[in-house]
Design a protein around this ligand. Structure first.
Ligand code: TXA
Ligand code: MG
Length: 324
């Protein structure tokens, strides 16, 4: 497939600088990690993160993994307990992602965490991703660099096949070493749980916690008796408002906090100009505000089903269903 506006450049310092400039301008860039190629954007820039979803054509918002250079940078974003520190010491840099309580001061765009109070973080080992993190000086959100519904890319050709013409740059540094996505471990309230299996096994995670210093009675591999994972991150990671929510509203009832869009006004608006990217970046913040408002119910204006509007509607429909 011919796509004039996606460049594929080899890993070197000039091209890392080029990639960092694109990311500073709010674009996304595909870059290899030791697991799979990631589609990276500035995690503190909501519009840039919306660009990841748009490029992937992802019809829903899953929270994304944030990549940082080291444990100190991770600690600026999330609260680490002793067990999380032990896991970081054992496996970082490397293919382990930790889900930890998000610090309110993190500066991470709410679209990255999909409105959750937790954040998934990892410190990658790959030289290209590390050089990019260093050049950007920002945490980078990066899901796998493939179109939604296709398999994760381990070679630059996979990325090009899937995202050609949708992103400005792919950094090429050969095939990835691990070939499957990082292991995800959730560490919240002293309970450790494997949410996604990956290159680091549950047994290795448990062993790292079994040095005599940590209580390991609260460990869960997430597997049932047949070894199938019970709760992949995808299923257990959705923020939903606590209040009933009505979609496609034209005007609010007295009991409703109205979230407007375009020419439908509200107490808040997703985007006065009807811009879907802006709406995506504001969605989770406005749902939190609606939850915290003095009205017992929430109404949301109709959102067009184009482009990233599909993902916004998916999330609103789920919220409406749960709220009922
Ligand atoms: O190896 C990897 O992890 C690759 C490379 C590029 O680093 N990245 C990757 O990211 O696989 P992504 O965004 O495709 O996977 C994110 C997973 C999803 O299953 C999501 O539900 C889960 O992480 N996740 C993210 N934040 C979460 C949270 N706060 N709680 C639970 N699960 C979370
Ligand atoms: Mg993926």
């Amino acid at each position: 497939m011919d796509a004039p506006n996606t460049r594929i450049l080899p890993y070197n310092k000039y091209n890392i600088a080029e990639a960092a400039a694109l990311i500073a301008a709010g674009k996304c860039v595909a870059v290899p990690t030791e697991t799979v190629y990631g589609l990276a954007a500035d995690a503190t820039n909501g519009a840039a993160v919306a660009g990841i979803y748009a490029a992937k054509g992802r019809p829903s918002f899953n929270p994304l993994i944030v990549h940082v250079l080291d444990l100190d940078a991770a600690k600026r974003l999330a609260a680490f307990d002793a067990r999380a520190e032990a896991l970081a010491a054992a496996f970082w840099p490397g293919p382990l992602t930790l889900v930890l309580p998000l610090k309110p001061s993190s500066g991470i765009a709410s679209l990255v965490t999909a409105g959750l109070e937790t954040i998934a973080i990892r410190v990658p080992a790959h030289r290209a991703m590390r050089a990019l993190l260093e050049a950007c000086g920002k945490p980078l959100a990066a899901p796998s660099a493939n179109a939604s519904g296709t398999i994760s890319p381990t070679r630059v050709e996979h990325v090009a096949h899937s995202l050609d013409g949708r992103i400005p740059l792919i950094l090429d540094d050969g095939p990835t070493r691990q070939g499957i996505e990082s292991t995800i471990v959730r560490e919240v309230f002293g309970m450790t749980r494997v949410l996604r299996h990956g290159p680091i096994t549950g047994a290795q995670v448990l062993a790292a916690l079994s040095d005599g210093k940590h209580k390991v009675d609260r460990f869960d591999t997430g597997e049932d008796a047949e070894g199938k994972i019970e709760a992949p991150g995808q299923l257990s990671s959705h923020y939903a408002p606590r209040k009933p929510l009505r979609i496609d509203a034209r005007a609010p009832a007295d009991s409703e906090w109205m979230i407007g869009f375009g020419d439908v006004p509200g107490d808040d608006t997703l985007s006065e100009s009807g811009d879907l990217t802006e709406a995506a970046t504001r969605l989770f913040d406005l749902l939190h505000r609606a939850d915290a408002s003095d009205k017992p119910e929430i109404a949301v204006a109709r959102i067009p089903e184009d482009g990233i509007g599909e993902a916004i509607n998916d999330r609103l429909r789920r919220a409406a269903f749960i709220g009922d």
